[in-house]
Design a protein. Structure first.
Lengths: 263, 266, 272
């Protein structure tokens, strides 16, 4: 009689499992060693933290700073609106390209590649490149956010398109509708609610990002925040951060509310 | 007149769904295609308006040969073929009116279609057709608010408004209850008589097929194995249609059962 | 013809509108409003049109300067790339450690009282609302430039997200198995290991790997404000206009992002 039993594992076998665990542990330890944190440095940081917090409190602005801040925030909001619109206009054809039930293979692959590339880079990397391409200011930010919108929007929309009921599409084909008419009548009505929901969601995300792309010079409140840090004006910094948090939270709540209403 | 000549369909998977099939539909006759599932009934209907691309053969609608058409000419010819779909295939989120009017898309520019700028004559016809199918007053409802029978009526209206030369009907009743099925079949017959167009119906309920059809076509495993008037479809013909498509085990089992009943009769 | 006109009279009218006039008005106003907002937004941004006009040539110029990528530079970015990955791993690990108490605070069935509940919720939403680059700015002030600031920025930014999802997993624990195991006479530790751990382990692993995937992307940019990783090298090269090296870095980033996404998706598939 076999008296031994081993719990089956998700890995190939137990040895592999322990090797994987050991590798992960080893890598974490190596990472820890690699960044060379010394206890004193950590303690000094905590001390500096207390000083920083006391320097930040209470948040305060001079009238001139308030003016700058309001301008920056306004610019961020406008950037997010334009970038969302621009991004969605560009995304729509990409989404149709990247839906494997509509597009022929080569076009599908091209669409997927566009999505992969636009998704992979962090918005600040895109922003820093855009700043070099079109100069400092909100235009660079708009282009960067629109670029990121494409990856997000086209990916989710193409997945929605892949899930449509193709019968409705074939019915329009069968009455002799052209390709555009098939898209307009057989596909679009099925994905409209999703388009609206995603647009609102993306506007929310772009609003968040528009508050930080300024750190690399791409317009909005970010540059004001960076300057305040560089001038050690921490009361102003904390004020800006609070306003950003407030806007982000309001944006998130509004977006969640609007999406619930639509769906 | 529809003339199907030697049409063959081989799917990418290697399945030979249609093995060189020929048939004719003309006048205002109602032709039912029957056969076991997998016999190629839907493939045949869908090959006629090339929703499924036939591998070889010819399909003539009057003087137009379908298989050689460019995509633009194909769209033009499809306007002359009304199709009624198995799962209705209405655009669920559009109104009934838009669904009916979508039958006129083949006559509209994309720009007009985009703006929902329908011809007022088409709108009047749509109202008339809706009345004909018994759906007055629901034109502003969304298609997904309707019952199955109502949806299929919208589907029929969409085909009728095309003023087609033929109606292709793919399993019109498979998603409906028996009572509604009869109503839908009545309606299709009525349309064939009034508009004087032939109707080609692919249907799996043999009773409905014989009751409404002038002529019955039996398919088995991609081949035409029966053709004749509805009353010619006797038990033997049904055997050919439905037993022919079986696997050997099933055939053997059927044979054994037949033997048993034969010896019991003696 | 007469037949047809009679027909249209009998069936009411040849006109049909999808919406009645009030609905249409509302829809037109909505479209108009959106257009006005867009136009005003565009004007308010005071975009320099000479920049817009020169953008295509500038971009083309950038592309020609970038291509071909500087292959020799590859060796120099191995170090920063490893540091980027290290930051993401340590940041995620630290985030999980920090998130566990927060998760218990913000889960309605485990929080001690109303105030701790609100504290938990506040930590969750505050840490989530401040972008990782802002956290990096703050931690660079505290700990000086370097990877440590990056790890802390990533960790703090991830606390809210991680705590929220872990808290949800904790709330969903089925108490039946826990009771059954303690009924066999098992110790508290045994009950934890056999009754609770198996229930939250899948959520734990998938939250950790998912967040790690996000954090790999974040670790590539915190270098812009001096918090370590490949971002430092990227910014330096951009400032010195070494575009061929920039392209090398971008390709490397694309590589590690795609690989981490693959690993994360694989691990999540394994546990679900």
């Amino acid at each position: 009689m076999d008296g031994s039993w081993e719990r089956p594992t998700a890995f190939y076998n137990r040895t592999t499992k322990y090797i994987v665990y050991a590798l992960i542990t080893g890598f974490v330890l190596y990472s820890f060693w690699d960044i060379r944190v010394s206890p004193e440095r950590f303690v000094r940081g905590i001390g500096a933290g207390i000083t920083l917090v006391s320097n930040m409190l209470p948040p305060a602005v001079t009238p001139m700073q308030l003016d700058l801040m309001v301008q920056g925030i306004l610019e961020s909001i406008l950037m997010s609106i334009i970038a969302t619109t621009l991004g969605i206009i560009v995304s729509a054809p990409v989404a149709f390209m990247a839906a494997n039930n509509l597009a022929p293979r080569p076009i599908y692959l091209a669409g997927r590649s566009i999505i992969a590339v636009t998704r992979s880079f962090h918005e600040l990397i895109v922003a820093i490149v855009m700043v070099k391409a079109v100069g400092f200011g909100p235009l660079a930010g708009v282009l960067a956010l629109a670029f990121k919108t494409v990856g997000f929007f086209a990916k989710l929309l193409s997945e929605e398109i892949e899930d449509i009921d193709t019968g409705q599409m074939h019915a329009i084909e069968a009455v002799g509708g052209s390709r555009m008419q098939v898209y307009l009548f057989g596909v679009l009505p099925q994905v409209i609610p999703r388009i609206i929901g995603l647009s609102i969601y993306r506007l929310d995300i772009n609003l968040r990002h528009s508050t930080v792309v300024g750190i690399v010079g791409a317009g909005g409140i970010g540059i004001t925040l960076l300057n305040s840090f560089q001038k050690y004006d921490y009361q102003y910094s904390s004020m800006i951060i609070l306003v950003i948090v407030a806007i982000v939270m309001v944006g998130e709540a509004a977006s969640a509310y609007a999406r619930r209403r639509v769906q | 007149m529809l003339n199907v000549k030697d049409v063959e369909k081989v799917y990418d998977s290697g399945d030979r769904a249609l093995k060189g099939l020929s048939m004719e539909v003309s006048g205002n006759e109602i032709v039912s295609i029957i056969g076991p599932s997998g016999a190629g009934k839907s493939t045949l209907i869908r090959c006629i308006n090339r929703l499924t691309e036939p591998t070889s053969g010819e399909i003539w609608l009057d003087d137009t040969e379908m298989t050689g058409l460019s995509s633009k000419e194909l769209r033009k010819t499809r306007r002359d073929m009304g199709m009624i779909h198995q799962e209705f295939n209405l655009v669920e989120r559009l109104t009934v009116m838009e669904n009916v009017l979508s039958g006129r898309l083949g006559y509209m520019s994309t720009w007009d279609a985009f703006r929902r700028n329908f011809d007022s004559e088409d709108i009047a016809t749509a109202r008339e057709v809706l009345r004909r199918v018994g759906l007055e007053g629901v034109e502003n409802n969304r298609a997904d608010e309707l019952s199955g029978g109502q949806r299929q009526r919208v589907g029929i209206a969409r085909a009728v408004i095309q003023r087609p030369k033929i109606l292709l009907v793919d399993e019109p009743t498979s998603a409906l209850d028996p009572e509604t099925s009869v109503e839908v079949m009545d309606l299709l017959t009525e349309i064939a008589r009034e508009d004087d167009i032939p109707v080609l119906i692919n249907i799996h309920e043999v009773d409905l097929a014989t009751e409404y059809a002038d002529r019955v076509v039996g398919l088995s495993d991609g081949e035409l194995v029966f053709e004749g008037a509805a009353d010619e479809l006797d038990e033997r013909a049904k055997d050919v249609i439905y037993r022919g498509g079986e696997t050997r085990e099933e055939r053997d089992a059927a044979k054994a059962a037949a033997n048993r009943s034969a010896s019991a009769g003696e | 013809m007469s037949n047809e006109s009679e027909l249209s009279r009998s069936s009411g009218t040849a006109e049909w509108e999808r919406f009645d006039s009030r609905e249409r008005l509302v829809r037109y106003l909505l479209v108009l409003g959106t257009l006005v907002v867009l136009a005003v937004s565009w004007r308010q941004m005071e975009i320099n049109y000479s920049y817009v006009a020169s953008a295509p040539t500038e971009v083309m110029d950038l592309v020609t300067r970038m291509y071909p990528p500087n292959v020799m530079y590859t060796r120099e970015i191995v170090g920063p790339l490893l540091e980027t990955i290290n930051i993401s791993i340590l940041g995620t690990a630290l985030a999980i450690v920090l998130a566990i108490p927060v998760a218990f605070l913000s889960a309605s069935n485990t929080t001690p009282n109303r105030w701790t509940y609100f504290l938990g919720k506040f930590i969750v939403s505050f840490t989530r609302s401040v972008n990782v680059i802002i956290w990096a700015l703050i931690f660079v002030v505290l700990f000086g430039p370097g990877a440590l600031a990056g790890v802390l920025a990533i960790a703090v930014r991830s606390v809210g997200f991680t705590a929220k999802l872990l808290g949800e997993a904790i709330e969903e624990i089925d108490h039946g198995p826990v009771e059954a195991i303690s009924a066999t006479g098992a110790s508290t530790l045994d009950t934890f290991v056999y009754g609770i751990v198996p229930q939250i382990k899948p959520a734990f692993i998938s939250v950790a790997t998912f967040r790690w995937d996000i954090n790999v992307r974040a670790s590539t940019i915190i270098g812009f404000v001096g918090a370590g990783g490949i971002g430092v090298a990227l910014q330096t090269n951009i400032n010195y206009f070494k575009w061929d090296a920039v392209l090398t870095i971008l390709i490397a980033i694309l590589g590690i992002v795609l690989v981490s996404e693959g690993i994360s998706a694989y691990l999540r598939g394994k546990v679900s």
